[in-house]
Design a protein around this ligand. Structure first.
Ligand code: 13P
Length: 256
């Protein structure tokens, strides 16, 4: 089954409003040349979502939240709900990024509730998983990421799977300049797909996109994206400039 790759730009807590709108315009303006070959999504800081939504207009670039609340509404200071993200033009949200799992201590049980409420409210979900360096060194990479998938997709049915994507982001590769080698990444992606196959079915496992993230740059994108089970990239630092983000998207679109 051919999977159209997805390249996401996670802007984290970078940029100001003007910079975010300008970056979104630059990306959207150039996105037409790779339309149909790769999908693009950008994940700006929450306060800039509406501005960025206006800047991307009808270009086809998807807009996403970096996180979502596990509650629908109410007295939850600082949180942002699924319906708020949709109101601001989002069609997708990240859930379980390592800066929330490891940085803020979010556990699978909470993440499973976020996944459920986002899907129920009409968003697509890009669920992030990844092992720490310690877990890798102890030979626990597969157990860790498969455990995260099982825990975070606890309440997700086969029907829901058409709106779920995964991102494998080894924690030790995020923002460090150190990437997993293509073979190292491919074996984790293949293990994740095989888990999806046993948990759901072969058809949905073959359809779901599994993105790689962690120090993806224009220089290393092509070799990673050439791997059979790597269906795109979730990019941090290199997504903050339109040219490097688009170069990664072009390298992804060209994969065989
Ligand atoms: P870097 O590309 O800066 O390593 O960040 C990866 C990431 O966390 C994307 O979500």
């Amino acid at each position: 089954m051919t999977r159209i790759p997805l390249v996401g730009g996670n802007w984290k807590m970078h940029l100001d409003g003007q910079g975010a709108a300008a970056l979104a315009s630059d990306i959207s303006r150039s996105s037409g040349s790779i339309e149909g070959e790769v999908e693009l999504a950008i994940f700006p800081p929450h306060p800039y979502l509406s501005m960025v939504s206006a800047a991307i207009g009808g270009s086809g670039v998807h807009l996403g939240g970096q996180d979502v609340s596990d509650e629908p509404s109410g007295a939850f200071t600082g949180q942002v709900s699924t319906s708020m993200l949709i109101d601001c033009g989002c069609s997708i949200t990240l859930i379980g990024h390592s800066e929330r799992r490891h940085g803020l201590g979010e556990q699978d049980e909470l993440l499973a509730r976020k996944v459920r409420i986002a899907l129920d409210g009409g968003l697509r979900v890009l669920l992030c998983v990844g092992e720490t360096l310690e877990e890798r060194d102890q030979g626990r990479t597969f157990d860790t990421v498969i455990g995260q998938v099982r825990g975070s997709l606890d309440a997700v049915t086969l029907d829901d799977m058409s709106r779920v994507e995964l991102a494998y982001e080894p924690v030790w590769a995020i923002g460090t300049g150190r990437t997993a080698g293509p073979a190292e990444a491919q074996e984790v992606h293949a293990a994740l797909r095989s888990e999806l196959c046993s948990r759901y079915d072969a058809r949905s496992a073959a359809r779901i996109r599994i993105l790689y993230g962690g120090s993806v740059k224009p220089a290393n994108a092509a070799e990673l994206m050439a791997c059979e089970d790597i269906d795109g990239a979730l990019v941090g630092g290199a997504s903050l400039q339109a040219e490097s983000f688009l170069d990664i998207a072009r390298a992804t679109a060209r994969r065989e």
